[in-house]
Write a protein that binds this ligand. Structure first.
Ligand code: ADP
Ligand code: MG
Length: 245
């Protein structure tokens, strides 16, 4: 943790700040992403849209530190993750970010509860946060209950649940222990109308409770007005698809 503190520089009021980013998947890749500036205030909720293949998931992977830019800085809470070693990035991600992947990335043979508790294994801060009003297990049960996953499903293997239910387990896993920023990549795509509303209400309530920021990627424009800011990726990111004409 001390190394991470050392990497801290001038305080700003931004939870997230990306500056002068350039990224390509490989040396001769046809897709290049460049972004001048993207900043997110503490607790800010951003709706991000754009056509398929426009780089939304790539941008989220950069923010999560799963991939590194070739140029530029990505500050989370004033710590430039581009300058950190891989282990430090993993720790920072575990402490501060809750991620809902497009493919959920749940452990299929783990139980529902085990999946929700997983991030606490990698972060002492989140373990403490999840223990404020009981045990982490009780907190996981509370979240699952609120997500509409009834008690009889909590010990079942996650692979036995429907896609919609798995999506809600992924939300529970992302928000347990109060991360400062929640990243969600098309999380509502497999949900019906009612489940989608319930899902979004919970996501908003839980992030508001701890003043967490939220970046949600979706094609569903009807959700956009509930957010503080709406962004089309084409307004902030320049992409060059070399060879395509
Ligand atoms: N793991 C990867 N390796 C190489 N290229 C990738 C990878 N993931 C995405 N891409 C490429 O990056 C571009 C943007 O994709 P993506 O970020 O997934 O867009 P979106 O999420 O907006 O649909 C596409 O051209 C895609 O083929
Ligand atoms: Mg995507």
């Amino acid at each position: 943790m001390s190394e991470i503190k050392l990497a801290q520089h001038n305080q700003s009021s931004f939870l997230l700040a990306l500056e002068k980013i350039q990224f390509c998947w490989s040396k001769n890749a046809s897709f290049i992403l460049s972004l001048d500036s993207l900043r997110l205030g503490v607790g800010e909720k951003v709706f991000l849209e754009g056509p398929s293949g426009s780089g939304k998931s790539t941008l989220l992977s950069l923010i999560c530190g799963i991939i590194r830019p070739d140029r530029g800085s990505i500050c989370i809470d004033d710590i430039d993750i581009v300058k950190l070693g891989a282990g430090q990035v993993d720790r920072l991600r575990a402490d501060k970010l809750g991620v809902i992947f497009q493919q959920f990335n749940l452990l299929p043979y783990g139980s529902v509860i085990q999946n929700v508790l997983l991030p606490l294994q990698f972060s002492e801060r989140r373990r403490k946060q999840a223990s404020v009003s009981g045990t982490p297990r009780e907190e996981a049960r509370r979240l699952l209950q609120r997500l509409g996953i009834s008690t009889d499903l909590h010990e079942q293997k996650v692979a036995q649940l429907s896609i919609g239910q798995q999506q809600r387990v992924a939300v529970g896993r992302a928000i347990i222990g109060d991360p400062q920023l929640v990243i969600a990549d098309e999380p509502t795509s497999a949900l019906d109308h009612d489940s989608r509303d319930q899902f979004l209400t919970l996501l908003f309530e839980e992030t508001a409770r701890v003043n967490a920021g939220l970046i949600l990627v979706s094609h569903d424009r009807s959700l956009a007005s509930d957010f503080d800011r709406q962004l089309d990726i084409r307004e902030i990111v320049r992409t060059a698809v070399i060879g395509a004409q």
